[in-house]
Design a protein around this ligand. Structure first.
Ligand SMILES: [Zn+2]
Length: 207
């Protein structure tokens, strides 16, 4: 399993206090929940959990980007890759996922952007591994089509921990950035049954 970090705890300055919160704590106890409709009207900045099914992949540009080892997107400049953040040329460029999905619940739908860590977590595969499989198909490599494995996300039920803070880049306008994702049926069950009690024989048991 690919372990995921937690919203707001990634500053190097506090890395010695870094604690990985379990999926269960994060999605069931620690993060406020709301409907997708409420999320659209919400003016409050912060993290919220929504639950819904993936209706579609959003057709909009490539599903991957080139990244420096520091994780930031880099573009070729004059035939070489230069990372503004690291301040030097980069020879080992890694492909990383950046996928927009449309998710709906009973109240509405929204567009969510998932980056490398979240997509890798859902499909149990890294972008580089996926690249190796699709490299013979130019339409997929160029980003005109999604690889088959990403189509497998459609109709999946997911819990999304969403950051409502604006990303500040026009291409993400109207989309919500996903900080963490969960497709564990047990945790989804607990989310759907807020009165879940592990001691209650009638409640679904956690294994
Ligand atoms: Zn860098």
């Amino acid at each position: 399993m690919i372990e995921q970090g937690v919203c707001g705890t990634q500053s190097p300055a506090i890395s010695n206090e870094f604690k990985v919160v379990s999926l269960e704590d994060d999605f069931i106890c620690l993060t406020r929940r709301c409907t997708i409709d409420d999320l659209q009207d919400n003016n409050e900045e912060g993290c919220f959990v929504v639950f819904g099914s993936v209706r579609a992949l959003v057709d909009e540009g490539p599903w991957w980007y080139s990244a420096c080892f520091c994780g930031r997107a880099i573009q070729p400049q004059g035939g070489a890759y230069y990372c503004d953040f690291c301040g030097h040329y980069v020879t080992n460029v890694n492909p990383r996922f950046r996928v927009k999905i449309c998710v709906e619940d009973e109240t509405g739908h929204g567009i969510f952007v998932l980056f490398d860590r979240e997509i890798s977590f859902l499909i149990k595969k890294s972008c580089a591994e996926d690249f190796a499989e699709v490299q013979k198909d130019a339409n997929v490599m160029c980003g005109d089509f999604y690889p088959t494995i990403l189509h497998g996300l459609v109709r999946k039920m997911v819990l999304l921990k969403v950051d409502t803070k604006p990303v500040g880049i026009d291409k993400y306008f109207g989309t919500f950035r996903v900080r963490r994702v969960c497709d564990d049926p047990l945790i989804i069950g607990m989310f759907k049954h807020p009165n879940y009690d592990a001691d209650d024989e009638l409640s679904p048991k956690k294994i």
